[in-house]
Design a protein around this ligand. Structure first.
Ligand SMILES: Cc1cc2nc3c(=O)[nH]c(=O)nc-3n(C[C@H](O)[C@H](O)[C@H](O)COP(=O)(O)OP(=O)(O)OC[C@H]3O[C@@H](n4cnc5c(N)ncnc54)[C@H](O)[C@@H]3O)c2cc1C
Length: 408
């Protein structure tokens, strides 16, 4: 291994310099892909932009190979090198969320878990890595794909600007307005243009539940029947054809969910509340428009084509009302943690607020009428209410109620 005298760097470097033989050397040179067992001359753990500049200048003057490391998740092992210097930004974990402009400035050493924790404190989020321990830096510079991309686009689509230290030690900002060509390159070109020290991201209102509460309910497919009957296929709710279809096909008892895939008459789907079961057990279950399921048809493309009508209707089957039930009346949908809401949502209008209560409308809730891509949650209150039908056998007794999801 080459011997490097890093004393010239030490003078102006605030962070930690870790050398072979130091107790934490092996730990500091390890990356997530343990296939790479590389031994750098030293590791410069930067505390800020000035440290990064110093490290870059030193490496250039000493003609040293450089590896840049943030989250350490490079599968190809690019976050560590043999004999050169690892410029390690992982100690740089500052983040400032501005809820007013819905933006966040985050230093390059953050991981997505740390970033999400801060943005979620404000009920905000943006597309980030699927795994919490991946670094924001490498992932963003590679354009970044994540759980929220179908809703908010790639990470790079939400990137507003990047501060970067170039190979000659300059600090530049790249954005649509400043150094736009560099900005273009940074949104997918990886770590080839310099060392990114911080990123500005656009945020979106989402949460505190991001991927939805686990209600604890699970369904297991017990069987699938295929039936060829045109009048049943076109039947609407409350018709003699619906009756005939269900009397012929319904299976199981109150705890079995029967799902009928038809044209759902003029609706996207309909379901019966648990209370219907006692008088008409055969009518129980839900009917959904076959065209509302993923990859079946273009009829509802971009609106109701992700199969979430089924989730919405199953909410009714468990006993949930629409979140806009009761309008601004404080009883609302009889669930405490869904705010009163006057109108059924169309599309996905972020920030919709139809009542004077402090909270915004529940446009992401499965029990609204939003577009499928907008849905991502049931609340804890709904999960508790969903429990009621089974806990006290509410699926017995009470007048029959049918609820529909319209596609207007
Ligand atoms: C478990 C796992 C899960 C993943 N999940 C996803 C996912 O959901 N979505 C997705 O899009 N990708 C995912 N990836 C791929 C991941 O985005 C890339 O490997 C990414 O480069 C890792 O970034 P990092 O900062 O963690 O890694 P590092 O190893 O620190 O860096 C990765 C690359 O970026 C360079 N680099 C690091 N920091 C900087 C910086 N500040 N400035 C300039 N260059 C820098 C490094 O030199 C290296 O070439 C995953 C990878 C793993 C191992």
């Amino acid at each position: 291994m080459a011997v490097v005298d890093e004393s010239a760097l030490e003078e102006n470097f605030l962070g930690e310099l870790i050398r072979p033989g130091d107790a934490n050397y092996d730990r500091a040179r390890s990356i997530s892909n343990a296939m790479f067992d590389r031994r750098p001359a030293f590791i410069a753990r930067c505390t800020g932009v000035a440290d990064v500049i110093e490290a870059v200048r030193f490496a250039r003057d000493a003609d040293l190979a450089v590896a840049v490391r943030s989250g350490g998740h490079s599968v190809a092992g690019y976050g560590v090198c043999d004999d050169g210097i690892v410029i390690d930004l992982s100690p740089m974990r500052g983040v400032r969320v501005d809820p007013g402009t819905r933006t966040a400035r985050a230093q390059a050493g953050l991981t997505w878990g740390q970033f999400d924790r801060e943005t979620q404190a404000f009920g905000l989020a943006t597309t980030g890595g699927r795994v919490t321990t991946t670094g924001i830096a490498g992932l963003t510079l590679g354009s970044g794909s994540g759980w929220l991309e179908s809703k908010f686009g790639l990470v790079a689509d939400n990137l507003l600007s990047v501060d970067i230290v170039t190979a000659d030690g300059q600090v530049l900002t790249a954005s649509e307005d400043e150094n736009p060509e560099l900005f273009w390159g940074l949104r997918g070109g990886g770590g080839n243009f310099g060392i990114a020290t911080s990123f500005d991201y656009r945020l979106h209102q989402l949460g505190p539940i991001v991927v939805g509460l686990d209600t604890g309910f699970r369904f297991k497919v017990a069987g699938i029947d295929r039936t060829n009957n045109a009048s049943w296929f076109y039947a609407g709710p409350g018709t003699s054809e619906e009756r005939a279809m269900k009397q012929a096909l319904h299976k199981g008892d109150a705890s079995d969910l029967n799902v009928y895939s038809t044209t759902a008459g003029p609706y996207l789907g309909w379901a019966y509340f648990p209370s219907t079961y006692k008088t008409k057990p055969w009518i129980d279950g839900l009917v959904i428009d076959w065209a509302s399921m993923l990859h079946t048809s273009t009829a509802y493309v971009g609106r109701y084509d992700l199969g979430k009508t089924g989730t919405h209707e199953s909410g009714h089957w468990f006993g949930l009302y629409h979140v806009f039930q009761g309008g601004c009346n404080h009883w609302g949908d009889y669930v405490d943690d869904t705010p009163p809401q006057l109108i059924a949502t169309r599309g996905c209008p972020e920030g919709q607020d139809s009542c004077s209560e402090p909270s915004l409308d529940s446009i992401h809730n499965y029990m609204d009428y939003s577009y499928d891509s907008c849905y991502n949650q049931f609340t804890a209150g709904q999960a508790a209410r969903e429990d009621v039908p089974f806990a006290v056998e509410l699926r017995d007794g009470g007048p029959g109620v049918m609820v529909r999801r319209g596609s207007a």
